[in-house]
Design a protein. Sequence first.
Length: 558
Amino acid sequence: MSKEDTSLNFLEHIIEEDLKTTHKKKELRFRFPPEPNGYLHIGHASAICLNFGLGEKYQAPVNLRFDDTNPIKEEQEFVDAIKNDIQWLGYVWENECYASDYFQQLHDWAVQMIKDGTAYVDSQSSEEIAQQKGSPNKSGVPSPYRDRPKEESLELFQKMKNGEFNEGEHVLRAKIDMASPNMLMRDPIMYRVLFKSHHRTGTDWKIFSMYDWTHGESDYIEQISHSFCTLEFLPHRELYDWFLDQVYDQNKLRPKQREFARRNLSHTVVSKRKLAKLVENNIVSGWDDPRMPTITGLRRRGYTPEAIKNFAESIGVGKRENLIDVSHLEFCVREDLNKKAPRVMAVLDPVKVVIINYPDDKDEILIAENNPEDDQAGNREVPFSKEIYIERQDFREEANRKFFRLKLGKEVRLKNAYIIKAESVVKDANGEIMEIHCTYDPDSKSGSGSQASTRKVKGTLHWVSIKHAFPVEVRMYDRLFLDPSPDTHKDKDFMEFINPESLNTIEGFAEPSLKTAQAEDKFQFQRLGYFVVDRDSTAEKKVFNRTVPLRDSWAKIE
């Protein structure tokens, strides 16, 4: 096996083998088939990267097809959100398709199946149908309507289409095998009556096709060469192929369904039903809440398309499901932002420092490097004055030798500025420190060139000039769930594992350069983590969301 072959994942091996035997390269076509009943999440992001990545690798078209056959749960809002997410990730689809585009063709094929004796109208209730299907260890019992005359089924199906029956009164079922060991092959339902307005077809249709009938036939209509699904669809493959057998034309390409393992992410849930419950119960503010694993939520959190793509590529494509620690995703985000995010200074728990030997009326502009990882990032100006804020935790009156921040009688360097020495403190009536009085060394200015100080001290602190400080609201987001697998406990509801500290809002101060920051601009608050400007920001007040800390603090906690 060549080195190139060993670098392929198993789905690519399938494609390569097909290109040698049954397919021509020009026949390759992939698809991403979301149902528009919610927002896409990180699991969908991996599937998007897989299908569109294959399109890029093989220079083959990729369709975006909405499986919109359930008007009860589907909305145009979700269609628009899905399109925005895919575009934000940087992918372009060739054709925008909808299963609803094929309603007439699917109906016509179903009519032909009735005529061919491979489908019939069943008049049992849903409970009766479920009961007569049997169990995995017990064969099903044929419906009393299984041998209904074709003409009668055709007439009933037409009346179903016309809306002449109540919901649940009749269904159309495929006639396959009630003794099949695969429960899905025991005369599955193809159509049901629904009196719901569809987001594209309105009230034109009174019957709606089921997923298993719609999906494979839609692949066939679009001439999709490879239909890649997650492992839960493996039992559906037999039915996928049986339905194709009913309509397949030897002169056309036949789609091939193959399955890959879902990659689950720790400390989260990716069931749309459960995500919807979080929204409905106001646990989060919406589908785009930065704590949600939705793509739109991750975007608002400050994650980048490149980080998500790198994550998807790094976890690969496998045949067995496993749980990926969310810290790996956070690592990918941190690694990408480290290269791109400008460094700025902000103080989130401020205590006042007065530099007693600095001139009262003096302000000066210091030069700070924007990003040492980016040669093109340049520098910025940062104002400095007699009174500054530092983080409260960066000062102790007394501390051991391993505390390299500010303490009485000792020196630290202020980032991009001077070396200061703590001389005394001012406390309130409760003994809380209100001010730290320091002296500074005028000859210790940092920077470049002949004027830069060469003095070295062990500690370096970030700071903000009080006179120039810009008030900011900072939303400190953390993981939404305390348990790595919150939805796998049989005796507990996943809601029991909500992290009560998943959001803390604080008021802080930032250097004035952030006044002009725009929504989705990303920064590294030096020594604190990566942050993004939230859309709730105004000209008067900027709101920042914490994206990730500078390192994985949860690893120590857990």
